[in-house]
Design a protein around this ligand. Sequence first.
Ligand SMILES: [Zn+2]
Length: 63
Amino acid sequence: MEQRWLLKTHFLRPDEYICPLCGTKSAREKKACPKCRAPLKRAKADVGWVDEAEGLAAMLEDD
Ligand SMILES: [Zn+2]
């Protein structure tokens, strides 16, 4: 089974790529995980920032 980087996008911070096998975070998509050496394919886009944007909106309303 092929493995892909998990793309974690952030609303206010740079994206992170996470190894699905060992959880190592990387700032870039490499051909393999630098820690467990698993070959990894490019991440699919995720929408992780949506939750953070909603959290920010809730925070701004709360005053
Ligand atoms: Zn790994």
